[in-house]
Design a protein around this ligand. Structure first.
Ligand code: UDP
Ligand code: MG
Length: 318
């Protein structure tokens, strides 16, 4: 029998976890020929998430968990789960039931058909604030125009991968991880299944607008250095135009003499160049900051408790 690990990052999901486990297990049981295991990654929850997970682990042999020492973010959760999975196929999915367990069957089917991976894509963004959908769309346009990895609009982090692809994803060892980009970057043949956006059952989304903005900047800086070139080009255009303007002013003053007019244009140029300079160093700063964080080589997450080694050693004895 082939094994499938379900990696589930959870942050304050106490309210839905039992139901998530029930519904996902039901969906998994209807798929024959595969043995499913859960790897819950408790990402520094402040509610009873860990207790519920430990409870589940006691009652069900298929439940494994890792609990972080604090909140490290969903990306770290995904990484920890993947790192601890040993299965033939690995699935990454959310705990809030926004990723329909019913899609597990077609996803496995896709792998059987010969795909290395199958990922879900939302075709509607119902239940999401308009402004958020708008910025999301802008982000995908921008990142696809600037990078050579193809990121699909509406793609969610609900994906099945073969062992080979999981190893490839783990081989990208950057600390500031942007999974959507990493999944696209490693390549492999991916099938997309579409689904309608499901509203969150309980609890609330952990994403604020500011968090999403930071996520977008991270995604762009992680996969392309085009903004740096953009900054240089902008600087070049600005200095060239100010040089031309200087030439023009010089000829004008020689021909017609000097007057005190021209304050507005001077101010405008000053502001323009100042703005471009600040923006350019800001863009540069984003990359320097990334380099700084990466050179520290800090661990991606810190584990506090886990039952993975215990369960694995039990399994080996059996
Ligand atoms: N999550 C996490 N750490 C965080 C934030 C979120 O592990 O710091 C988990 C969360 O428990 C859920 C998944 O990531 O299983 C998606 O989070 P959420 O539903 O808040 O995001 P959205 O669905 O709104 O994109
Ligand atoms: Mg959600």
């Amino acid at each position: 029998m082939k094994t499938v690990d379900l990696v589930v990052p959870c942050c304050n999901e106490g309210q839905v976890l039992e139901r998530f486990f029930r519904e996902t297990s039901e969906a998994a049981e209807s798929i024959s020929g595969y043995e499913f295991r859960f790897i819950f990654v408790d990402d520094g929850s402040t509610d009873d998430t860990l207790k519920i997970v430990q409870d589940l682990a006691e009652r069900h042999a298929c439940v494994r968990y890792i609990s972080f020492s604090r909140n490290f973010g969903k990306e770290a959760g995904i990484y920890a789960g993947l790192k601890n999975s040993r299965s033939d196929l690995t699935v990454v999915m959310d705990a809030d039931l926004q990723h329909p367990p019913a899609l597990l069957a077609p996803m496995i089917q896709a792998v059987e058909e010969g795909y290395d991976s199958c990922s879900a894509r939302r075709v509607s963004r119902e239940g999401e604030p308009m402004i958020r959908s708008f910025f999301a769309r802008c982000f995908y346009r921008l990142i696809n125009a600037m990078t050579d990895v193809d990121m699909v609009d509406g793609a969610v982090d609900y994906r099945i991968m073969t062992r080979q692809m999981v190893e490839a994803v783990l081989s990208l060892s950057e600390i500031q991880r942007f999974s959507k980009g990493i999944f696209a970057w490693v390549g492999f043949k991916t099938k997309w299944v579409e689904f309608k956006n499901v509203e969150r059952l309980e609890g609330e989304s952990k994403w604020s607008f500011w968090k999403l903005f930071k996520y977008a900047v991270e995604g762009i800086t992680a996969f392309t250095t085009v903004p740096l070139r953009f900054a240089s080009i902008l600087g070049l255009v600005a200095s060239l135009s100010s040089f031309l303007l200087m030439l023009y002013e010089f000829i004008k003053s020689v021909a017609y003499g000097v007057d005190v007019k021209g304050y507005p244009s001077t101010l405008i140029m000053l502001l323009l160049i100042g703005g471009i300079m600040i923006m350019s160093s800001g863009i540069l700063g984003e990359y320097v900051a990334r380099m700084y964080m990466e050179t520290k080589r800090r661990p991606i997450y810190i584990e506090k408790t886990s039952n993975i080694h215990i369960k694995d050693s039990l399994n080996n004895k059996m």
